[in-house]
Design a protein around this ligand. Structure first.
Ligand code: ADP
Length: 497
């Protein structure tokens, strides 16, 4: 099989899609010659086959990354690292429509939303380009006979494993800080959505990065992903995905070379609406909080708690709003919700809808497949739920939410914190004191007030509790990819004293 194929998208026409593994600055075939198909979730038909990385290819990619880390890349100045990232960000901007169209084709997300994602990718890469030459240590004064300072040094060869829900945005969130801080990387895309990552790899080459600094491979979690997390020559692994897999990665890291681990995992985020909220605004944000990206967001606001005074009014208006979300062809200009990414995800979500019904929750709207082709699911709302139900505790990762009533602020905080997750939360109120009190009490890495999903590359993002370890984005992400070295120089004086 060749290393690229001509594909076509409805928005951008024909283009050349790389299909090889991007290792040491070149697209190559896998050592074992395997390939796998990427499926279009709107049609359930294969788009194209890509080369598959196995454990052996991970070894080859790690060797390339190690050689780059210990060779040429070490000598590259921080200013030059900035320039590479700025150039890559510009290339994302210049190819915005095409990259967005690839996302819509491969992942099924609405084209209009995908364009926002790509703009955010460029912003993120540029932001970390800005950090590359601002990473500094400290001089620490202990006494007059010692001169001590710290350096923030790169960790080395980093493995990065990303999910399929924001294929390119997760690529940019990972690549920006790892490169800015002077590491080299082997990144594995999700097997459901390999295409955008490979096109981005082509842009890496165009931006002029030295060979081996950024390696991008396509492959499966159980083979290539597991090989990354257990590799003896990978110094750090960063993962975004399910909590189940996050645990496996941590175990593999512990059982191999104790590589450093950061994890951005699942969520079951509460979206709390008080009686005094601006109800129209709150409905818009609650709707966006759960149905954006077809519910395939780790921070999706899937548990909606509404104070008893406005509950009846809220649920009626919210049902109308959710039912009006346009579900369909990702390339249609008015589409808000495309298909779920795969048959597996579709089946999992329908399984949760079944479980909700069986446990006695009431389907207010939706609950069914939409159409007979593609993995489309109707926006679904459950009411009559209790905290111990499966649909209230487990991450569904689809267009399905539950709504429940609460009485007091204390109740809202208690139920808001009643899962093992702690990624995000939101509070809707016009009372500033309520907003601040409740935000402070919620055990979540991000709290939005009178809004939802306000993610930005300048703002740290990550989980409390079982939602993760470490923070992505913002200055905080630099800590994931640097380690502190202390240097102490004796200036004189006795051995002790
Ligand atoms: P989902 O269940 O939503 O598909 P996963 O957490 O399984 O999410 O997948 C996210 C990423 O983790 C993908 O790139 C996938 O290939 C990878 N992955 C899955 N299983 C493993 C594993 N055992 N070890 C390492 N990576 C894995």
């Amino acid at each position: 099989m060749s290393l690229s194929t001509t594909l076509e998208t409805p928005q951008t026409g024909k283009y050349e899609q790389p299909t090889g593994l991007f290792i040491n600055g070149e697209f190559t075939k896998g050592v074992e010659g395997k390939t796998f198909e990427s499926i279009n979730p709107s049609t359930e038909k294969p788009i194209v086959a890509v080369h598959e990385a196995t454990e052996k290819d991970v070894d080859v990619a790690v060797s390339a990354a190690r050689k780059a880390f210990e060779g040429e890349w070490r000598k590259v100045t921080p200013e030059q690292r900035s320039k590479y990232l700025f150039k890559l960000a510009d290339l994302f901007d210049q190819n915005l429509d095409l990259l967005a169209a690839i996302e819509s084709l491969d992942n099924g997300k609405a084209f209009a939303m995908a364009k926002v994602d790509i703009g955010m990718c460029a912003g993120c890469l540029r932001y970390y380009g800005g950090w590359a030459d601002k990473i500094t240590g400290k001089v620490i004064d202990t006494n007059s006979e010692t001169f001590s300072y710290t350096r923030q040094e790169p960790i080395g060869v980093c493995g990065q494993i990303i999910p399929w829900n924001f294929p390119l945005l997760m690529w940019a969130w990972k690549i920006g800080p790892v490169v800015a801080t002077g590491n080299t990387v082997v990144l594995k895309s999700a097997e459901q959505t390999p295409l955008g990552a490979l096109y981005a790899a082509k842009l890496v080459k165009e931006a002029g990065f030295p060979p081996g600094v950024i390696n991008v491979i396509s492959g499966f979690g159980k083979t290539a992903g597991a090989a990354i997390s257990a590799h003896m020559d990978i110094d750090k692994v960063a993962f975004t995905g399910s909590t189940v897999v996050g645990r496996q990665i941590m175990k593999a890291a512990a059982g191999s070379n104790l590589k450093k681990v950061t994890l951005e995992l699942g969520g079951k985020s509460p979206n709390i609406v008080f009686d005094d909220a601006n109800i129209e605004d709150a409905i818009s944000w609650v709707n966006f909080g759960i149905y954006f990206n077809h519910g395939q967001c780790c921070c999706a606001g899937s548990r909606i708690y509404v104070q008893e005074g406005i509950y009846d009014k809220f649920i009626e208006a919210f049902k109308k709003r959710a039912a009006a979300n346009k579900v369909g062809d990702p390339f249609a200009s008015d589409t808000f919700q495309g298909p779920q990414v795969s048959q597996l995800q579709f089946d999992r979500i329908m399984g949760y809808i079944d479980a909700g019904r069986k446990e006695g929750a009431k389907v207010e709207i939706g609950g069914e497949r939409q159409g007979d082709k593609g993995y489309f699911i109707q926006p679904t709302i459950f009411s009559n739920v209790s905290e111990d139900m499966k649909i209230m505790q487990e991450e569904i990762f689809g267009p399905v939410c539950s709504i429940a009533k609460f009485k007091t602020e204390e109740d809202a905080i208690r139920v808001g914190n009643s899962t093992t997750y702690g990624l995000a939360a939101a509070v809707h109120t016009q009372n500033l004191n309520t907003a601040i009190r409740v935000s402070n009490e919620l055990r979540a890495g991000t709290v939005w007030v009178n809004a939802y999903n306000l993610l930005h590359h300048q703002l740290p993002f990550g989980g409390y509790k079982e939602s993760g370890i470490g923070r992505e984005l913002g200055e905080a992400a630099l800590a994931n990819y640097t380690q502190t070295k202390t240097v102490s120089i004796r200036l004189g004086g006795a051995l002790f004293g």
